[in-house]
Design a protein around this ligand. Structure first.
Ligand SMILES: Cc1cc2nc3c(=O)[nH]c(=O)nc-3n(C[C@H](O)[C@H](O)[C@H](O)COP(=O)(O)OP(=O)(O)OC[C@H]3O[C@@H](n4cnc5c(N)ncnc54)[C@H](O)[C@@H]3O)c2cc1C
Length: 412
């Protein structure tokens, strides 16, 4: 069914960041907007985990962009960082830093201070009608903002109480986080240790145990585990962003960073673009291709290169980052450079498409070039350390005492 938005009513599928951003702008322009959300609340997909909003894919500070679109960034708690601990695969720790804001940490979930609840409040105040706990076919909606469907990668984390000062540490390590990275975030006495798996594993929990063991040995955490969280990421590039009159935004539209998994900025931006397109400011398809697709493609090329290397390659990346910082006096310029299309990256694109992505026709008729969840490698099999075994036992007893687990291997 091809929908035409002829009336003043707009239907949005999904009350995540992309759907709520679109809905708010449309409602403020006088549309009657209905958002249909399968879960009981916005943010319920996440359970109090910290996520970073990056500030390197554009020269414009993302919070200035938010304000420009009419969103109040003081509605949610955020902590800005200009420095991180960069942990190389050989455990050397260096410090990329910038004078400005490299990224901000926000909390996801259903608590009042989360970004999800802030966007929900802004939507409701603008007159958006949100229907929670309902299932509605995408064909009956104008904007599809329903997040990931399949898994290309997963992330597992543990949330704990800690006495450590606020910090973000980012570790490139192919053993603890196959094909990717792990991180430690501490904000005001609450910590998160998370590992991302870009190769599919059996018994994935052991990667988190081993990662926690690593951080315990290198940071004075005084950790009191509370709960375990996680989620999947779906990475695919559709051949078009509008299909049968519907706008595909956020992760549902493949608008996400393939290299590190950053998706919030793309989600909000694409939601805003879809709303402005409905209001007649420009064509969505053209605008996404101009503003977002080059970044997503650059990230996919970077992911392809990362998939080809192990710790030796990661070490080269970390060294290159630090050399670049020394030369230019700014740690953010390396991250910005990673997203510049450039001649080499452009030349690599056809190889990436054939080598990493698989063509798939989805049930709604769209064609997507998906990144499948890669198989595990021989080097992914190892015996857990004594410390990791203790951490597993500790988690079992926390779980018996009521510690929640919001994402299991079977959810991937
Ligand atoms: C563990 C983890 C860590 C991450 N860390 C970061 C990070 O540090 N920085 C970053 O920028 N990004 C991060 N991401 C990615 C980021 O969270 C997503 O890219 C972003 O939330 C996508 O927003 P969205 O609006 O497209 O989708 P979602 O936030 O998934 O919202 C979609 C909504 O649609 C609903 N829905 C789904 N199907 C239906 C249906 N049939 N009917 C009705 N409703 C439906 C869902 O319940 C959900 O509420 C992380 C993701 C995970 C899983």
């Amino acid at each position: 069914m091809i929908r035409n938005i002829v009336s003043d009513q707009v239907h949005v599928l999904g009350a995540g960041l992309s759907g709520l951003a679109a809905a708010t702008i449309l409602a403020r322009s006088g549309k009657e907007v209905h958002v249909h959300e399968i879960r009981k609340d916005s943010g319920a997909r996440f359970d109090g985990d910290f996520q970073g909003i990056e500030n390197w894919t554009s020269e414009v500070d993302f919070f200035d962009e938010l304000e420009g679109w009419g969103f109040d960034s003081s509605e949610f708690k955020s902590d800005a960082f200009g420095i991180i601990d960069l942990i190389h695969p050989d455990d050397v720790i260096t410090h990329p830093e910038t004078d400005g804001v490299a990224f901000r940490v926000v909390e996801r979930g259903t608590a009042g201070h989360t970004i999800d609840q802030a966007f929900k409040r802004m939507a409701l105040e603008s007159g958006v009608i949100i229907h929670y706990g309902v299932r509605r076919p995408p064909e009956e909606c104008d904007i599809v903002a329903a997040g990931p469907k399949e898994s290309s990668a997963v992330a597992y984390g543990e949330i704990f109480e800690t006495s450590h000062r606020n910090i973000v540490a980012f570790q490139l390590n192919d053993k603890l986080a196959p094909g990717a990275y792990s991180y430690l975030i501490v904000i005001d006495g609450v910590g998160l240790i998370c590992t991302c798996l870009w190769r599919k594993q059996r018994n994935s929990g052991r990667y988190l145990d081993e990662t926690i063991a690593w951080y315990e040995q290198h940071y004075e955490l005084n950790r009191k585990p509370k709960k375990r969280v996680g989620g999947k990421g779906d990475f695919g590039l559709p051949t078009k962003y509008m299909h049968e009159g519907r706008f595909y935004v956020g992760e549902a539209g493949g608008l996400q960073d393939f290299m590190w998994g950053f998706g919030m900025r793309y989600a909000i931006t694409s939601g805003v673009l879809s709303a402005k397109a409905i209001l007649g400011e420009f064509e969505y398809e053209k605008e996404v291709r101009k503003r977002l697709l080059p970044l997503v493609r650059a990230s996919a090329i970077n992911r392809f290169l990362m998939n080809r290397v192990g710790d030796r390659g990661f070490k080269m990346v970390a060294n290159q980052w630090m050399r670049d910082q020394k030369r230019k006096g700014d740690g953010l310029s390396f991250m910005r450079w990673l997203y510049k299309p450039g001649l080499v990256r452009r030349a690599l694109w056809p190889i990436v498409k054939i080598g990493m992505l698989r063509r798939k026709v989805l049930t709604d008729g769209r064609t997507v070039h998906r990144m499948p969840f890669r198989r595990s490698l021989k080097r992914d099999s190892w015996e857990p350390s004594v410390e990791a075994v203790k951490i597993r036992e500790q988690w079992k007893s926390v779980r018996k005492g009521g510690g929640t687990l919001s994402f299991k291997e079977s959810d991937a």
